[in-house]
Design a protein around this ligand. Structure first.
Ligand code: BES
Ligand code: MN
Ligand code: ZN
Length: 503
């Protein structure tokens, strides 16, 4: 894929043109006939506002059969996230009508962004927007395989001078988008199919199929190793399920051995029924996405290794299913965790922090990390507080928090800090019969108690951040680049931007 010149542009099924809010064309147009035609004010049908679009048919025209006008709105408010969304919107409009290739974006000229940035953003939006889950539907409406019929839009630009740089950005955009879609698809998989064994197998496959394969070491612990190492947090959650747990450890080394690794930890609960502290049916409906943290860190790992980033990266994923049964843990059980701390399990539905505790202990025990970032659909309280607009963010290092905030800004995937006052929350986790309890003594501030619980399992000298994605990990209806209800893919791109800061 590369940047085409205006002159070579002909016989397109569709061309996508961008406008600002004053109906001013930002894209160049190859043919003077249409150029004149577009000078006519477009009246009420199309203003050029952000998220606005209009499809025109150009019967018999030599350059293109269709012209899709897409609004970018006010240029002073324009961000790369909006460009991604606009690219997604264009792809949705065209793919819904089964428009085929060759179709192209007419690359808009926007003063504050480089051509490379724009084509990357459009590529990401275009591909992410086209993911659906029709592959799991029975025959009926044609295309079934995920991404098999992805409409690839080309790029046509007035400036050809920097086209090699732009071509690189397009490749980069593809790798990122395909990684995001890989993660979203994994998260959308039925929990009948994606159990802990399958999740671990998917992780091993990422390592095995990677172009950086020779630099990746994959280790998957089964119950045997978990028992031998007394990883009580993972084992106590898993014990209620007929599906055994796994603990995935991926190591990617592509920087000097002296360079400290970044460690990503993802909550991998393939289904959360709540265990004996059973959730009501409505609460269980979407709990296949309780492995969205795992899906996100695995997708970020895939993208980082596909992009061959010059970093040392570790990915840790505890995989369990949380079920009630005669073998399930009971409220009141006291469990010894991987780092030796004892925990009074008062609510079996607060299972995420139990498995993450072991993974975080593992990270602090076996590595000298530059940073540990955990990602988890941890608390309904966080979803209530911030909705699906942002991930709740907590951490022990102002510097690392800033780095993640920076990555959030670049990616357009938001984070929002929530309270972490020791004075308020530590007391709420004290137990009479163990080192700590797994739920706060009060419901209020539930996202904060969960985060402070996790902090107890991280070495104080290790910079650590916790992202609670209970709200932003799932979209109840189509939004931004996401054209279908389900996994949002947040915060995969945020993690990739963060890793690039280290590369
Ligand atoms: N996986 C849930 C959190 C969740 C809820 C994610 C809704 C997404 C949407 C987590 O394991 C859980 O059940 N947390 C409990 C904790 C409580 C028992 C302290 C919760 O939030 O209710
Ligand atoms: Mn739970
Ligand atoms: Zn959960």
């Amino acid at each position: 894929m590369r940047l085409e010149s205006l002159k070579s542009c002909k016989q397109q099924e569709a061309l996508v043109m961008f406008f600002d809010e004053n109906q001013k064309a930002l894209s160049p147009w190859p043919d003077p006939v249409v150029k004149d035609y577009l000078k006519i004010p477009l009246s009420q049908d199309f203003k050029g506002r952000f998220k606005e679009s209009l499809l025109l048919y150009l019967p018999g025209h030599p350059v293109a059969k269709r012209l899709l006008l897409v609004g970018l709105g006010k240029l002073s408010d324009l961000s790369l996230q909006k460009v991604r969304v606009a690219g997604g919107q264009a792809a949705m409009q065209l793919s819904q009508r089964s428009v085929s290739a060759p179709s192209s974006f007419l690359v808009p000229r926007i003063g504050k962004f480089k051509v490379e940035e724009i084509v990357e953003a459009l590529t990401i939006g275009c591909r992410v927007a086209q993911l659906n889950y029709n592959e799991w539907k029975s025959q009926g409406d044609g295309d079934k395989k995920a991404n098999s019929k992805l409409l690839e839009l080309g790029f046509v630009s007035a400036e050809s001078s920097r086209s090699s740089k732009a071509a690189q950005s397009i490749e980069r955009g593809k790798i990122i988008a395909d990684g995001v879609n890989f993660g979203r698809r994994l998260i959308a998989m039925s929990p009948r199919q994606l159990n802990p064994i399958e999740l671990a197998r998917q992780a091993a496959e990422v390592a095995r199929k990677s172009p950086s394969k020779s630099k990746i070491k994959a280790q998957i612990w089964t119950e045997k190793e978990l028992k031998k190492n007394a990883y009580g947090g993972i084992l106590c959650v898993a014990q209620g399920s007929d599906n055994p747990p796994r603990f995935v450890q991926l190591e990617y080394r592509n920087a000097a051995a002296s360079k400290k690794p970044v460690i990503l930890v993802g909550k991998g609960v393939t289904f959360d029924s709540g265990g004996l502290s059973l959730k009501p049916p409505s609460g269980q409906e979407t709990m296949k996405y309780d492995m969205a943290g795992a899906g996100s860190v695995l997708a970020a790992f895939k993208i980082a290794t596909d992009l061959k980033l010059k970093i040392n990266l570790v990915c840790l994923i505890p995989c369990v299913e949380n079920m009630p049964s005669g073998k399930a843990q009971r409220p009141g059980d006291v469990v010894t965790m991987a780092n030796g701390l004892s925990v009074e399990v008062l609510n079996t539905d607060a299972e995420g922090r139990l498995i993450l505790a072991d993974a975080l202990s593992h990270a602090s025990k076996h590595y000298k990390p530059a940073a540990i970032v955990d990602v988890a659909t941890l608390t309904g309280a966080c979803a209530l507080a911030v909705g699906d607009s942002a991930a709740g963010i907590f951490g022990n290092s102002p510097r690392l928090l800033k780095e993640l905030q920076k990555a959030a800004e670049i990616s357009g995937e938001n984070v929002w800090p929530l309270p972490d006052f020791d004075d308020f929350f530590v007391e709420l986790l004290t137990s009479e019969v163990a080192d700590l309890r797994n739920i706060g003594k009060r419901r209020e501030g539930g996202a904060s108690t969960a985060a402070l619980f996790l902090e107890r399992f991280v070495n104080k000298d290790h910079p650590w951040v916790h992202l609670d994605i209970a709200g932003c990990g799932w979209y109840d209806s189509p939004r931004d680049m996401v054209s279908v209800r389900g996994p949002s893919g947040v915060p995969i791109r945020l993690l990739v931007e963060f890793l690039e800061l280290y590369a």
